[in-house]
Design a protein around this ligand. Structure first.
Ligand SMILES: NC(=O)C1=CN([C@@H]2O[C@H](COP(=O)(O)OP(=O)(O)OC[C@H]3O[C@@H](n4cnc5c(N)ncnc54)[C@H](O)[C@@H]3O)[C@@H](O)[C@H]2O)C=CC1
Ligand SMILES: CC(=O)[C@H](N)C(=O)O
Length: 389
């Protein structure tokens, strides 16, 4: 048994009461401090025995009500991304500005940086993550950091480190400190041998990207920690997310964001996928709604820990036609990127999210027509405001 080198100071767990735990640490392969499984077991055994942190279904409604009411100093860390830009204001309104802490390896835009607490962190630095969780008495962790599908293929070692080693760090910290943990998965967690139309929650998952492999790994590890250690792990497989308030990044579905920016800026759009490539998509507001709903759902309503969610499915051609209803002058061309096309061809065309609808009442608000109108109104209002200044 290794000698303890560090002590975990008193930390707040979900009930808002305090738990004292002492965990010997060992060095993990990436050089960061991480608890040994054995020491985690000891802490977790104590945590699991507490009524608010027992396995699925054993929490009473009263405890859940108490849990979801963050009045006793419950605090979040949101590991930042484009999606969390939009999620943080909603969380802050709901749970209090200072109870939601954003964190990233990069300084965000000023509008995000000055909107509330922000802490620098590198997902690969376990010790730093642990300090953030302990020093800020964090109780919920929302883990968005990742390299997406196309950028992941361009830098596999980095994607493997951020998406897999980073996830291991998060899981250990969440389990050790009794945090509720949300990790998003994706349509990219399926592959060419999965049923594609529609794709159910449970089926063959053999993705062909490092991104997809890392997300299947995250789903399985999260569920394993849930059943093995009682970790309150919750995961949604998002479709392509479309949002107006951030620039498109390294995803395969990002053409469906880019088209709006290009339509408004230049009146011309060149799509990097074939016109008939059908993929599941969702407007950001629906994504945020689903994320909050599943985070707050009583554990007893969840029959699974990882759910598909969906809103619509369309092809570039169909999306372009819908945009052209508002902007008939929009010119659309196709210049197919072979890597992105191969990824898209291996992903679901339609997503079966019937379990989410049945278990916790998931219901989307935005269809394609609503999405297009909202995106164009939002981006046009930004452009008009800019011109007015
Ligand atoms: N945007 C989409 O269409 C979809 C997104 N998702 C998932 O949602 C999450 C967020 O996605 P987006 O907002 O689109 O991603 P994004 O690319 O905007 O954000 C990823 C964030 O990870 C951060 N990051 C990278 N390396 C890091 C490190 N070493 N330490 C700390 N942070 C680091 C980046 O700085 C960036 O802010 C990802 O996990 C993604 O897999 C899932 C399905 C669809
Ligand atoms: C669907 C996703 O996970 C993401 N937008 C990507 O295209 O990589």
């Amino acid at each position: 048994m290794p000698q303890p080198r560090y002590r975990i100071l008193p930390s707040r767990i979900l009930s808002g009461r305090h738990q004292r735990g002492v965990a010997p640490l060992s060095r993990c392969h990436n050089g960061a401090d991480t608890p040994t499984l054995r020491s985690s077991n000891r802490v977790l055994a104590a945590v699991r025995s507490r009524p608010v942190f027992s396995a699925r279904g054993s929490r009473s409604d009263a405890e859940l009500m108490q849990f979801c009411n963050l009045s006793e100093g419950q605090r979040f860390v949101l590991l930042k991304s484009r999606i969390s830009h939009s999620l943080s204001p909603i969380h802050r309104k709901r749970y209090g500005k200072n109870n939601v802490i954003l964190s990233d390896i990069r300084k965000p835009p000023d509008s995000v940086f000055y909107s509330g607490p922000f802490i620098y962190s590198d997902i690969l630095d376990y010790k730093n993550l642990r300090e953030i969780v302990v020093n800020n008495r964090i109780t919920w962790l929302i883990h968005y950091s990742a390299l997406l599908s196309a950028v992941g293929e361009a830098n596999v070692p980095l994607a493997r480190a951020v998406n897999i080693t980073g996830l291991h760090n998060i899981l250990d910290i969440a389990a050790e400190h009794g945090l509720r943990l949300f990790v998003p998965s994706t349509i990219g967690a399926f592959g060419p041998t999965s049923p594609r139309n529609p794709t159910p929650d449970l089926c063959v998952q053999r993705p062909r990207t490092i991104y997809g492999v890392s997300k299947v790994h995250a789903e399985l590890m999260g569920e394993y920690y849930h059943y093995r250690y009682g970790l309150d792990f919750r995961c949604l497989r998002y479709p392509g997310i479309i949002s107006a308030d951030s620039q498109p990044g390294g995803g395969t579905t990002d053409y469906a964001v880019q088209i709006f920016h290009d339509a408004i800026k230049t009146g011309r759009f060149t799509c990097n996928l074939k016109p008939d490539t059908r993929l599941p998509m969702m407007y950001i507001d629906d994504c945020l709604k689903a994320t909050l709903e599943v985070m707050e759902a009583p554990a007893s309503s969840l029959t699974m820990r990882t759910y598909n969610i969906n809103a619509m499915s369309f092809t570039p051609e169909e999306l372009a036609e819908e945009v052209q209803k508002h902007m008939p002058e929009l010119e659309v061309n196709y210049d197919v990127d072979a890597v992105r096309q191969a990824i898209a061809d291996s992903w679901p065309m339609n997503f079966d999210d019937s379990n989410a609808r049945k278990d916790w009442g998931w219901k989307h608000d935005f269809d394609m027509a609503e999405l297009v109108t909202t995106m164009l109104n939002y981006l046009n209002s930004g452009r008009l405001a800019f011109q007015a200044n």
